[in-house]
Design a protein around this ligand. Sequence first.
Ligand code: DGJ
Length: 729
Amino acid sequence: MHPLHLRSAGTSLVIATHRGEAEIIHWGADIGDTLPDLAILNEPIPPSSIDANVPAGLLPQASSSWQGRPGFRGHRITDGVPGFDFSVRLRVASATADGGTAVIVQSDPDAGITVTSNLTLHPGGLLELIHTASNHGTSPFQVDEVATMLPVARDAVELLDLTGRWCRERHPQRRAIQQGTWVRTGRHGRTGHDSSLLLAAGTAGFGNRHGKVWATHLAWSGNHEQFADNVADGRTMIGGSELLGPAEVVLQPGESYTTPSLFAAYSDRGLDGISEVFYAWFRARPHHVGAVSGKARPVVLNTWEAVYFDHNLETLMELAESAADLGVERFVLDDGWFRGRRDDHAGLGDWYVDETVWPDGLTPLIDAVTSRGMEFGLWVEPEMVNMDSDIARAHPEWIVGPSAASHKDGGRLPLAWRQQHVIDLVNPDAWQYIFDRMDTLLRENNISYLKWDQNRDLLEHGHAGRASVHEQTLAAYRLFDALRSSHPGVEIESCSSGGARVDLGILERTDRIWASDCNDALERQTIQRWTGMVVPPELVGGHVGPTTSHTTGRTHDLSFRAITALFGHFGMEWDVRSVTGEERQELKRFIALYKEHRGLIHSGRMVRADVPDESLMVHGVVADAEGPDGGIPVGATAALFAVVKTRTGPAEQVGRVAVPGLDPERSYRVEAIFPAAGDADYGHTFIEAKPAPWLATGAEATGRFLGEVGLPMPVLNPEHAILLRFTAF
Ligand code: DGJ
């Protein structure tokens, strides 16, 4: 059989089937359309080994003597006895390609198992893999794992993944690839603060803009594993799988299990190339919001760090008025508006407007907001319940636990978390109640936006006494999907104690992620940098918080907070009634800067310079070429860069710092748009008596010069940033 070859945006994927099972021969640089006879790749047979070549299969199998992590694990339950058909031998039944998609069917007729694999190489180079395993036998088959993985070239010798915690999501960690398996396991029942948004293997020292990188992401919001598996023969696979609980997936005859999508990107130009591939995919989606689809991301005011649970109509009206004066376009009422919810001990599940706080409902506030030209958004947490709620009292059987019996009938409850528990969405009545409440709220009120929160892990999560994170995750997805289809104009934000549900599974059903509860700009620089590796900035909420951060106690100038929030979906989470005088003018200026540049920020290429001084971050967004000659039109803003000082640096002078990513053939005018001489923060920002003259006068240079030679950057005080604009001429 001929190999299948998918090509797109500089990436090739070659799938061979001539050895009986499907195997990926190459995933990496585009190798052109002429392929040799792939028999030339048959490996030598080493001493003391199996008497055959061992393919690194699309679903690597023990039946082919693959010694690494298997692609498919499960067993048949015959007459109630488990353990049969424990070693399937999948052989290719058919392999076809159409456009960018290959469909491969592999089957083991004796074991009664067929796996259909769909591999799509999207136009921007993003690869998507999905396997569907079907039981064709006459008895139940328990699926323990279907892992989706890809081989990486041998020159991938380093591994990068992300980890974190509440208020410190998505921080990088690196290590050498060595023999053995590096596994990142998520048992939170949600994606998790520590979940690795991507797992990347690359050539030695790969960086922001250099080196070859192969990266995978698992689009799943439940339990999962991501891994890099370097087997004894030296081959490395990277990938991921849903982590199934005991007997969570038992296929009855004729039933199927489909894996979450594994997304994979290859880049020969470092991590920025990986972002380009992911961003191209996001921005090509028909429902994508942002500059590309003409749905400009509105300036947000979220009430959480402004008033917390202290809901009072008069205060909120004043806040709305103050927000409108600043230029806010979306006002989001956070937690605290529903029955019994005076703090975080009660109310979850009772999704009715609290009559004691809102005697006339939300309408007076919504009218005040919308009459000032702003959209109204509302916080909800549909999957959760407080024991102190009418719904928990009425339906104890809807509260998730490990036992078949409800906690009222002696069943055990999992440990409480923020005084809350989980609603069993696998129970159709519970699901319908939550859907109806959300649907009614959206029908009865002029709500354009939901901030959908999820504030606990799913522990000991069962339905009718059996593990059910898998089913709960699918039921939650169905809830998102049903509400979206009933209310197509309503946007949804995915929040989960900050950024604990950030993945492409949830992002298929939402329009924004709340990256972190940490609004401290210093922490946010790192959180947003690494979140932005996969998720484009138009989908990443970033808010200007109070002067002194509520979550870290650090105090930052407004400019540092605003320049940080600018490179996302900009908003504020601050009692802006207290912002007066010069500070208010400065805040207005940043809001205007955001409005002026959001078209660029939300459509351009993300660029992060490789700066040797680790106290300095240089990142920006460069417009994609669109002028008549294929370049940036003359006079257009071609790029916006932030130069960020995170701490003191070792040298007296920063020296020249290259600004990469611009068109080498094009000339640019560079100007510092913040701070400009006379700005309130000016003296705080620079350490020098006299910053480099070009900061005041502006400079002109080619993209080649700026990318190779750079500009002498000022020595900034720690935790300060400047903003540079590049205009083509
Ligand atoms: C956690 C979220 O991350 C916060 O932004 C806020 O909405 C609170 N929950 C409200 O309870």
